[in-house]
Design a protein around this ligand. Sequence first.
Ligand code: VAH
Length: 325
Amino acid sequence: MTKETQRILITGAAGQIGSELARALRARCGGANVVVSDIFRPKGELAEAGPFEILDVTDAKALADILHKHRIDTVYHLAALLSATGEKNPQKAWHINMSGLYNVLEAGRTLGLARIYSPSSIAAFGPATPRTGTPQETILSPTTMYGVTKVAGEHLCDYYVQKYGLDVRGCRYPGIISHLTLPGGGTTDYAVAIFYDAVRTGRYTCFLREDTRLPMMYMPDCLKCTLDLMDADFARLKHHSNFNVTAMSFTAGELAAEIRKHIPSFEVRYEPDFRQAIADSWPESIDDSAARAEWGWRPGYDLAAMTADMLTALRARQAAGRLGV
Ligand code: VAH
């Protein structure tokens, strides 16, 4: 199966990562070979630039029908409720995140999928985890339902690798920052919203404390780590669906200061809400040496490069009158 012959399904494709992963995979494999799906039809090019399907991943039959209809051999499974949304409805988060993943893995087993990508998150860690240079192998005791589903998901994926020989891979994503599609329901979403408000109004009210430090990554690096891991020789991997990856760590105050290098008058007020407790349970920085050793992971963007690129992109959209979209 070469890149050109892959038949790919992306679940949760209308989300922050899914929408950009769809663009990258369509550029690589051809639009017709990448089927995007979500529970609603998104506006714009995502549903127009190739096959689109409405899909609720908790419906195993609907998933199987789409896999058969499009002769799918590879699934990027991104459909999930994130940390903040998950804490507002933990039972729904468990149902969507775990039933969805179980259905994808069972489809892999019964239909013989060639490869599955299922991301984890730094949310798999908890207060008992070492917070600085969090190791690849460490205590996983999350305090959010999202984190519980990520830990359970990592173990479920590895079970299907060991028991059935399924090719399942995943990274523990840090906070992801991008300007194409707004994130939805995450604790790290402040690091995206701050850029929009800096460009729109010059002021932002942050829902985390100024000194809250979290591991982060710019979207181009998120796509790079996802595709590099999927291209890696599976036989060389010692880990499968739980690779620590990161690109940088910064506090909300450090991010504001970097933005101020471009917008000197930028003002931030810090009004922590319920998401502060979630952020406080997560690591401040990550040791991603296993990903570097097993499949050559290397990030490309640091805080300065990301900030400059984000502001350039958002200012261009503002000048074109499209910042609201
Ligand atoms: C969230 N953006 O905030 C997600 C992510 C590292 C956290 O999984 O829930």
